[in-house]
Design a protein around this ligand. Structure first.
Ligand code: ZN
Length: 566
């Protein structure tokens, strides 16, 4: 059905009706006498799961576009409670699937990845942890609300957190410094709340891990993220490669930035400004940007043209920032409608264009793999998801002049340099979380000190210039993933390395690179991360040497640009 987003009806999933229905289907599945019969029951079960998940997605969207809407605020709370109930039923389904007498036939038809995911999922749930999971959801929501409720009086106006972002790109250094102080002021004022929420989350998650038979939360988090092909040891080795190969490049880029800005030393509040003449900005408002994006996707390929037409005609994007709207950006999928949805907070920076390449990359993949009958294959694991989005940012490079006009080169330089300098930060967030969950009894102050130590290791160039809150290790309060989606952050860096490879390949043979990209999007979640990477003709980022080889052309390109003239 091709209806517009606003016409999609929402109805809270009725657990009292659906739970017995699903359980009956699962029971029949277990007792079925042929693989065909099981197949039919799988289809029925998946239809209901798809409906339920679509309602959760719809509720999330309508809640985040306006957190002051009482109806969806209440529905969001209800969904927080309902989601674990359905997760519990899903576990029962997975148990039946894994124990199927016809597993061999089912695996031959649907592929092994469904069973790998099911096995990992099984390890993450027991009825005994249901209430803990609900509490975990409530705490995450509390964190989101605390941040969304930020009212920062700055430059004569009350502003939310995303509305503060542009000030970090101001060419007025004193303004940047004041903006940083205002943000630190907000987080410091609510410091006890952030610490309390996180402390509860850590102890709760540790307790859940113990109840499920894990030594601590780390392996549980990996299982939750359905990581079947790599473990914490491989990730630690990857971080080591980043430390050795990328941190020095990042520090050098920061020194270049200081030179460019004519500063003896780059302070934290300078990091947001890439050029003294100002950062690259899109040369029009949101309507204008969307129109340019339409032209770009029409020219890029028939597939992207069809995709973006659908997004516009069905109004599947909420782009502009407003008071009460949750922060950040995301893409989600309403499976019953075959409709991706893009949420963002436009603020007049180059980030607005990134939304229409990055989030659009996610949405594009959603559509390319919407046809899988197994909902597990609609999305891959999260590190693979970010390859679609980050690579789309690079495939869009030939059109950046359309958005940035004379700022095109500035945009490209800052984009590539920013992607590179991001990796050490992403890795720091990951190392911090390993420490936190390996030391769940640590005091709040120890946790802050651990963050500061990790920050110093991976971001040796970062200088907070005496900002007490940040010097005391409070930066991570703003990193939502740490609260809401533990251990989901290294994923961005893994994907960035893969996207860098697409960047290099698209400059050598665009057609071949695009074909592999389309293939990757079409494979959806039917394979684990490293297998998807292989299928897309990319190198495994965990393998020694991949980072060095992939970064070489990036370093060369950045070196060839005379950024002091920009
Ligand atoms: Zn993304």
């Amino acid at each position: 059905m091709m209806r517009k987003f606003k016409d999609i009806p929402y109805e809270r999933p009725d657990a009292t009706k659906l739970e017995p229905r699903l359980k009956a289907l699962i029971e029949r599945f277990g007792a079925a006498s042929s693989p065909q019969e099981q197949d039919g029951l799988m289809a029925e079960i998946n239809t209901i799961r798809r409906q339920v998940d679509s309602m959760f997605a719809l509720c999330q969207i309508r809640h985040t576009v306006d957190t002051t809407n009482d109806f969806y605020d209440k529905e969001n709370e209800a969904c927080d409670t309902l989601q674990p109930v359905f997760e519990g039923i899903q576990t029962e389904y997975y148990r039946a699937l894994l124990g199927s007498r016809f597993r061999h036939e089912l695996e031959a038809k649907w592929g092994a990845q469904l069973f790998r995911k099911a096995e990992l999922q099984m390890k993450t749930f027991k009825p005994e942890v249901l209430e803990d999971l609900q509490a975990e959801n409530r705490l995450s929501s509390e964190y989101v609300k605390l941040k969304a409720g930020a009212k920062i009086l700055f430059e004569g106006q009350e502003r939310n957190l995303p509305q503060m972002d542009p000030f970090f790109e101001s060419t007025d250094r004193a303004m940047r410094r004041r903006a940083q102080e205002a943000i630190s002021g907000f987080y410091a004022a609510h410091g006890e709340d952030f610490d309390r929420i996180y402390d509860k989350l850590v102890k709760l998650r540790h307790g859940i891990a113990l109840k499920l038979g894990f030594p601590n939360f780390v392996p549980l988090a990996y299982a939750r993220l359905a990581r079947s092909d790599y473990d914490a040891r491989m990730v630690a080795n990857y971080r080591k490669q980043v430390l050795e190969s990328i941190v020095p490049l990042a520090s050098a880029l920061k020194r270049r930035q200081a030179l460019r800005l004519g500063l003896p030393a780059l302070k934290f509040h300078d990091e947001g400004l890439d050029f003294l003449t100002g950062n690259a900005t899109p040369k029009g408002d949101s309507t204008w940007i969307v129109e340019r994006a339409r032209q770009m996707y029409a020219e890029m390929s028939p597939e992207t043209d069809e995709f973006f037409t659908l997004m516009r005609e069905r109004e599947l994007m909420d782009l502009e920032t407003r008071k009460g709207k949750a922060g950040g950006g995301y893409c989600t999928f309403i499976a019953t409608e075959g409709a991706p949805f893009i949420f963002s907070n436009f603020n007049g920076t180059s980030g607005d264009v990134d939304v229409l390449t990055h989030e659009a990359g996610h949405a594009f993949q959603c559509l390319r793999s919407a046809g899988y009958e197994v909902p597990e294959y609609n999305w891959p694991t999260l590190e693979a998801c970010e390859i679609h989005s980050m690579s789309m940012e690079f495939f869009a490079w030939p059109w950046m002049g359309k958005f940035f006009g004379p700022d095109e080169d500035k945009y490209k330089f800052a984009h590539l340099a920013g992607a590179l300098t991001f990796i050490p930060y992403g890795v720091a967030v990951d190392e911090f979380q390993h420490w936190v969950y390996e030391n769940p009894a640590a005091a709040v102050a120890e946790r802050r000190a651990a963050w500061r130590g990790t920050e110093r290791k991976y971001l040796p160039h970062r200088d907070f210039d005496g900002d007490t809150f940040l010097e005391n290790g409070g930066y991570w309060f703003r990193q939502g993933h740490i609260f809401e989606s533990p251990f989901y952050y290294i994923d961005y860096t893994l994907a960035q390395v893969c996207a860098f490879e697409f960047w290099g390949r698209s400059r050598q043979d665009r057609a071949a690179a695009w074909t592999d990209y389309l293939k990757l999007c079409g494979l959806g979640g039917s394979l684990p991360f490293t297998a998807l990477v292989r299928e897309a003709g990319l190198h495994d980022p965990f393998a020694d040497g991949t980072i060095g080889r992939t970064l070489a052309p990036i370093e060369q390109w950045l070196g060839s640009i005379d950024d002091r003239r920009m």
